[in-house]
Write a protein that binds this ligand. Sequence first.
Ligand code: CP
Ligand code: NVA
Length: 300
Amino acid sequence: MKHLLKMSDLNAQEIIDILNLADQLKYQKKNNILHNHLQGKTLGMIFQKASTRTRISFEVAMYDLGGYALFLSSNDLQISRGEPIQDTARVLSRYLDGIMIRTFAQKEVEDLAKYGTIPVINGLTDYEHPCQVMADLMTIREFKGSFKNLKVAYIGDGNNMANSLIIGCLKLGMSISVATPKKYEPASDVLEWAKDFKEFLLTDSPVEAAKNADVLITDVWASMGQEKEAEIRKNNFKGFQVNKELLANANKDAIVLHCLPAHRGEEITEEVFEENANVIFTEAENRMHAQKAILVTLLK
Ligand code: CP
Ligand code: NVA
């Protein structure tokens, strides 16, 4: 494994190895045990979209690992004035040990990896959010003990989170049911890959997806870049809210995850959010531990 561009870059064993390392690094952080595996290494972080968690968790992760993280707003890079990604990739490869990029098109991330010579990590594109899903998987195992016989239900938009979750959950042998309104389904290539798994279900019925679920996951109805569609989407996603009534279909001890930021009153109610706040904020914390494991795996 040279890059983390999408969940399909990882096989089941690689996912488990990263999660095991993440658990170990979390233990070390909590117990003030030095874990400076990336002494002297530098990570460049390119952001074409806003971020709270990704930026801060990667920055602190590099600091804890003994390395250094550079925040690179794309507005300030020559990319914004048309310098091609091919050239940017080759220049950055001469200075840095790794690149994390958050952008719109998956192709940009793939091109950085293709033309550069250093590891590239996808910090979210319109297509995938693999770092978030690695943290989600870590959180599921932390709260449920193992992945055995678990059913995950994803309710909402068939977006980057849905795409990455489908691949991550199926690779680890979990069941995943995805409920989206018609025309908001996950990416067609992800559905094509998933269709042969008996553990996979795509439906437009949130109740069907939530039935006997151990983990419910949702995300915003309008992702970054879709702000203009927000009102239309609010209308089209009616009935896809994670609320008490929907949760009644899941297993009694079901947990609810949300990658954040959350829109209370839209994809999730205040009540369900607050009842699951410990899980949700552990999930946010686990971004840092999971990303440390990804960084060590790719950069060491
Ligand atoms: N979940 C997530 O990626 O958060 P940010 O957009 O704040 O980085
Ligand atoms: N689907 C959301 C995730 C935010 C972390 C978005 O792309 O905006």
